[in-house]
Design a binder for this molecule. Structure first.
Ligand code: MSP
Length: 525
């Protein structure tokens, strides 16, 4: 049995169509899923949509439709975008599906049985855009507006069900501090969560969590199984998707335990704005139910566009249409590559047309694209398209081999640590070392001297082998282009485990190569 790897994205609200932010998390998750599948793990990759709550009701009302009709429409945009971006998710969950709703109710019933929830009156501020109650001091500090959207807070007074959150916080702090120091990543976010938890405990402001909403005000949700006057708070409903999608807990339907072996999740990838829900509410909820916690929650940064916060009125919104334009101009692989290459995962990034072009030209057109076409052309010209056999132990091959080995030996570790930048840097270092090797060894000169024939064979085998390894490791990020590149090298993408296939020396001499048009033609201004 191979190791399992379960990666999730947030489930996206269906109040509006998808944009770059949604595509970012989903692409990152896809790259992890593809990489670990290639590395031999048994991967499960989940995404989906979050369809209940006040946000959806309001958007539906504004559009003159019903929440269900809005969800049914918007979900198709997400699904289509994931097909367009070559996302390889294994499952797609909608929170309005019975398989999910019924399991949420079972989890709530279990909380009731364990005396983890109680009825009380809540009086205070509510942030409708974030679907969150806000303490008086936070409300005051933000001028009674949402910290995230800037929209005015709303005064709520309701009888509601509360989850005994405070009771679990000391155990959570211990978990993050000692038991699993990698639980919240990156480190800066972990420190942020820890200090907010400690401050909340010390000041007494950290309250139990209200997990229901009055059904008269908000009928669009999962009914509380113990109280028909209430629906489940949308965040509790939503977070449960990571568990319910696996067919957990068992409730006696056809989904029971279907993918149970994947729990606990290896990582929930999320944006930094929804960290608190994932790093605090979700693990406490699981502890109260005696369910193992996910291994890690990784919060990435936010994208601005052309140097400014994205907004429809500014015209810099990277919408689904805009993404389609980039895919048309550069290919979907390039869009995927840019998002992971432009910033360290965890930091904020800016999506700017000039930058896309710069990265495209330097890494792809001049980098891997040029290396592939140089190599194929020389093998065609000097060896009639047949990959030559290398001599043994040639001194200057060492630099290329070392770069390839550094990539091979560290790739799994980097991906386990979500260090996409290091992974891509190592690929680019191998490309750079190989291009330099060509410049240093001057194969076009060697070709003029018959006595240098076997040295020329070594040089070109080395280049072809380096390109093969580059393409294999780029494949999770750029599945289309790398398949095309490998085909030109006479290779099909195989089921062979990346850990073996990515080792230096795997390329068999004698294979036929076919040079074609450039994989990444230079982009002009
Ligand atoms: N429905 C909740 C998540 C529930 S998960 C149990 C939600 N949905 S969302 O559609 O509003 O946002 C989903 C993700 O998009 C969040 O992780 C958020 O960080 C991300 N982004 C939204 N705008 C973004 C950028 N401009 N840049 C990067 N990511 C951004 O929250």
């Amino acid at each position: 049995m191979s190791d399992t790897y379960y990666v999730t994205t947030p489930i996206y609200y269906v109040n509006d169509v998808p944009h770059i932010g949604h595509s970012y998390t989903t692409i990152a998750a896809d790259v992890l899923a593809r990489f670990f599948r290639a590395a031999g793990r048994d991967v499960h990759f989940l995404t989906g949509t979050d369809e209940h709550g006040i946000k959806i009701v309001k958007a539906a009302t504004e559009k003159g439709t019903t929440p269900q009709a809005l969800a049914d429409d918007v979900v198709t945009h997400f699904r289509r975008l994931w097909v367009d971006l070559n996302i390889s998710n294994d499952d797609f969950i909608r929170t309005t599906e019975p398989r999910h709703e019924n399991r949420v109710q079972t989890l709530i019933r279990e909380l009731v049985a364990r005396d983890e929830i109680y009825l009380a009156t809540y009086e205070g501020w509510y942030d409708e855009t974030q679907e969150e109650y806000v303490t008086e001091s936070t409300a005051r500090a933000n001028d009674y507006k949402s910290e995230i959207s800037g929209k005015p807070l709303v005064r709520y007074s309701e009888e509601n069900w509360f989850f005994r959150l405070k009771k679990w916080v000391p155990k959570l702090i211990e978990h993050i501090e000692k038991v699993n120091p990698k639980f919240v990543q990156p480190d800066a976010r972990r420190n942020e969560v820890l200090s907010k938890l400690r401050m909340g405990m010390e000041s007494g402001e950290l309250a139990d969590l209200c997990i229901s909403r009055n059904k008269e005000k908000l009928p669009w949700g999962v009914e509380m199984p113990n109280d028909p006057n209430h629906v489940v708070y949308v965040w509790i409903d939503a977070l449960s998707n990571y568990y319910s999608a696996l067919g957990l807990p068992a409730i006696g339907d056809e989904f029971d335990n279907r993918d149970a072996k994947y729990w606990p999740a290896d990582v929930h990838l999320i944006g930094k704005d929804i960290l608190w829900f994932h790093a605090v509410y979700w693990p406490c909820f699981l502890m109260a139910l005696d369910i193992p916690m996910p291994k890690c929650v990784f919060a990435h940064g936010w994208w601005t566009s052309e140097g400014q916060k994205m907004s429809k009125s500014l015209g810099n919104f990277v919408s689904r249409e805009k993404i389609a334009e980039y895919c048309e101009e550069y290919s979907r692989d390039v869009y995927r590559y840019y998002l992971l290459r432009a910033v360290t995962f965890g930091s904020d990034g800016d999506f700017a047309h000039d930058m896309v072009q710069q990265v495209y030209n330097s890494d792809l057109a001049n980098g891997v694209g040029n290396l592939l076409s140089r190599t194929l052309k020389m093998i065609s010209k000097y060896f009639d398209g047949e990959i030559p056999a290398p001599e043994e132990d040639v001194e200057d091959v060492r630099w290329v081999k070392t770069a390839a080995e550094a990539l091979h030996d560290n790739a799994v570790g980097w991906m386990d640590a979500f260090a996409f930048s290091k992974y891509l840097e190592a690929i680019n270092a191998l490309i750079g070392a190989t291009n330099k090797f060509i410049d240093d060894t001057e194969p076009f000169k060697l070709a003029k001297d018959e006595a240098q024939r076997s040295r020329l064979a070594t040089v070109l085998y080395t280049c072809a082998e380096a390109v093969r390894i580059v393409l294999l490791y780029l494949a999770p990020v750029m599945p289309d282009k790398t398949t095309a590149g490998l085909e030109r090298l006479g290779l099909t993408t195989t089921d062979e485990n990346l850990t073996d296939a990515g080792r230096w020396g795997g390329l068999q001499p004698g294979g036929k190569v076919t040079p074609g048009d450039p994989l990444f033609p230079r982009a002009q201004n």
